[in-house]
Design a protein around this ligand. Structure first.
Ligand SMILES: [Cu+2]
Length: 105
């Protein structure tokens, strides 16, 4: 590698090392009156796309009140996980529908 190319390569490496981890995006499908299993390894700032493929309206509601996604049949909505923690999610219309989201810092 010539010295003319070394510096840009070093700078690119530096940017990679100092960038925060890229947020991941995960889809959680709601269908047949159930939430699909939550993904493993969720981190703060990751995004959940809630996708309602059921014929009924559902919500993805945090018992602690930090989010409440209301989804018509066929709708989807994005949720950025702004904080770490364990979130007990349920559907306001069908309280038997539950899901625990574990978000690591
Ligand atoms: Cu529901």
């Amino acid at each position: 590698m010539s010295s003319g190319r070394l510096l840009p390569a070093l700078l690119a490496g530096l940017v990679l090392l100092t960038s925060p981890a890229l947020a991941e995006e995960y889809v959680i499908v709601i269908d047949a009156m159930k939430f699909a299993a939550p993904p493993d390894g969720l981190k703060e700032n990751d995004v959940i796309v809630w996708r309602n493929e059921d014929i009924f309206r559902h919500t993805a509601t945090d018992r602690g009140g930090s989010f409440d996604m209301d989804l018509e049949p066929g709708a989807e909505a994005r949720l950025t996980l702004a904080a770490a923690g364990t979130f007990e999610v349920y559907c306001r219309y069908h309280p038997g529908m539950t899901l625990d989201l574990v978000v690591e810092p």
